[in-house]
Ligand binder design. Structure first.
Ligand code: MD5
Ligand code: FE
Length: 206
């Protein structure tokens, strides 16, 4: 089953619920090598969600700005490899949403606790907008908000649950979006935490 949220944006409810526990173990394995960390923003604040990632290049932020790097700045080591299951589930979700030629080479992992949020932003550091972004939600639910191509466009809200996939491509690829602050609900597999995996194709890395 799938549900169009917008032109180019497709919700696949429960698309990875069967693989949820397996995906959480993969996240744990990545985080053993490249631990979750709250990254600094160019403005001097801290990202509220903790992040890490795997694959050819991972998105990072520090005082000097946003970019994709081939190595974890914390360890100086290459990011862990992209697990084949993640690549394959990303490709399958994209195909089901109508994007046949998705070739993900990276996964960004976000971890949210109570009060964690992600302000309205666009994903435009990939050096490539012809490929979609595929997002998997795991653990406790969160309110996802998306607007349009301009920051001032009206925003809509949807609750993303454990196992949901959303594919953002075409005209929706550069839409503003964010996550509302999490409350204190719990999920049997993750307690008060929510994880989000985004599969992407990154063409440009430092
Ligand atoms: C999250 N993550 O739940 C969200 C969901 C991020 C991020 O926003 O950048 O890591 S991913 C949703 C997304 C990705 C790309 C485009 C659009 C939404 N969109 O056009 O709305 O941690
Ligand atoms: Fe984003």
């Amino acid at each position: 089953p799938s549900m169009a949220l917008d032109e180019g944006a497709v919700l696949l409810p429960g698309f990875v619920s069967k693989e949820g526990a397996h995906l959480l173990r993969l996240i744990e394995q990545v985080a053993t090598i490249a631990p979750f960390r709250q990254m600094e923003t160019p403005g001097g604040g801290l990202m509220s969600a903790a992040m890490t990632g795997c694959g050819a290049a991972v998105w990072v932020t520090d005082r000097s700005g946003y970019r994709y790097t081939t190595h974890d700045p914390r360890s100086g080591q290459p990011w862990p490899a992209l697990p084949p299951l993640l690549r394959s589930l990303g490709e399958q979700a994209a195909r089901q949403a109508g994007f046949a030629d998705f070739t993900p080479n990276t996964a960004l992992l976000n971890r949210y606790g109570p009060g964690s949020r992600m302000g309205l932003h666009q994903d435009r550091d990939e050096g490539e907008t012809s490929q979609p972004v595929v997002s998997f939600s795991l653990g406790r639910s969160a309110v996802f908000q998306w607007g349009g191509a301009r920051r001032t466009d009206a925003v809509r809200s949807i609750v993303l649950h454990h196992g949901d996939a959303v594919v953002w491509g075409g005209p929706a690829r550069l839409f503003f979006h964010g996550i509302k602050p999490l409350g204190h609900e719990t999920h049997p597999l993750t307690g008060e935490l929510r994880y989000n995996i985004t599969l992407r194709y990154v063409a440009r890395a430092a």
